[in-house]
Design a protein around this ligand. Structure first.
Ligand code: 3PG
Length: 306
């Protein structure tokens, strides 16, 4: 019997859990659900007998991997897998997958929502600005950024992008690719960040880039806090009182924002970008199907730790 554990500190919508369970029931797999857990110990207990694990942003570190003696597959139902120690998983011969693109529209809609919220001065009743006619700079061009591009065009924005790896894709969609990240920050009214918390992207939003920002620019971050150089951002926002920062993920220096940048920032209380029923169903069903494909046909298409 194949055991599957769905461990989500931030639960999926009930519709997603129901559809995932149906897939596993059909194949005769046993499903265990661990939702809203508060203690790591609960996860350590639950993983002991599982062969496959589905998580969202739940931390799967060495301790969890060591406790999961029977584990063969982890599927991060979502895009960013920085929460999983995938190198250690590889050492232990545990396959790690993500479900790329499945929740990207939800995150993209939130990015646009945050841009509107910032331009309308956090809905405080004062005179704000519109998306139409403004320049949107996409920092990165993965699945979320592509959806932001599609939506922003509908709003009449002029969209530009800086990307190293998806230049051909961006150009084929009629997007201007700037020569540098600095140039993107210099020409954009709204910057929307869409790079993963990996490699060169870590702390890539730093002073050498920020100093080029246009007057009254907004930075929207629905990616990860790790891509921001927080000390530089704080120093920059101290100097540049016209700039606002809206993020789906509070920075570590949230206290500094509270004391120094009142009225110029917004942080979601919990990461909500992918927290829609549709995104949960898409990512959850994809995760369930990938698990069945792995155990029945050794399908490793979405493996990220090869
Ligand atoms: C992702 O990487 O897919 C998003 O950040 C969503 O994360 P979540 O599943 O924790 O909401």
């Amino acid at each position: 019997m194949t055991n599957v554990l769905i461990a989500t500190e931030k639960p999926f919508a009930p519709a997603a859990v129901a559809q995932m369970s149906e897939i596993f029931e059909k194949t005769g797999y046993q499903v265990q659900l661990l939702e809203k857990y508060q203690q790591k110990q609960d996860l350590l207990e639950a993983v002991k007998t599982t062969h496959a694990l589905i998580v969202r942003s739940d931390k799967v570190d060495r301790e969890v991997l060591d406790a999961a003696e029977k584990l063969q597959l982890i599927v991060r139902a979502g895009a960013g897998y920085d929460n999983v120690d995938s190198a250690y998983a590889k050492e232990k011969d545990v396959c790690v997958m993500n479900t790329p693109g499945q929740n990207s529209n939800a995150v993209a809609e939130l990015a646009i929502g945050l841009a509107i919220y910032g331009l309308r001065n956090f809905f405080d009743g004062t005179s704000g600005g519109e998306l139409r006619g403004r320049t949107l700079g996409l920092h990165g061009y993965g699945y979320v950024a592509r959806n932001v591009h599609r939506i922003a065009r509908g709003f009449g924005m002029d969209v530009k992008v800086f990307t190293r790896f998806s230049k051909a894709q961006a150009s084929s969609e009629g997007l201007e690719v700037t020569k540098s990240l600095e140039e993107l920050y210099a020409v954009s009214d709204v910057i929307s960040i869409h790079v993963p918390a990996r490699g060169e992207h870590i702390k890539s939003v730093s002073m050498p880039v920020l100093k080029h920002l246009k007057k009254n620019a907004l930075i929207v971050n629905t990616a990860r806090k790790e891509v921001i150089h927080e000390e530089d951002l704080c120093e920059f926002m101290t100097k540049r009182k016209d700039v606002k920062y809206l993020s789906d993920i509070a920075p570590d220096c949230v206290d500094h924002f509270q004391s120094e940048f009142s009225g110029r920032y917004f942080f979601s209380p919990k990461k909500i970008g992918a927290q829609t029923s549709e995104a949960n169903v898409n990512a959850g069903v994809a995760a369930a199907e990938q698990i069945v494909g792995f155990f029945e046909n050794n399908d490793r298409t979405f493996q990220v730790n090869k």
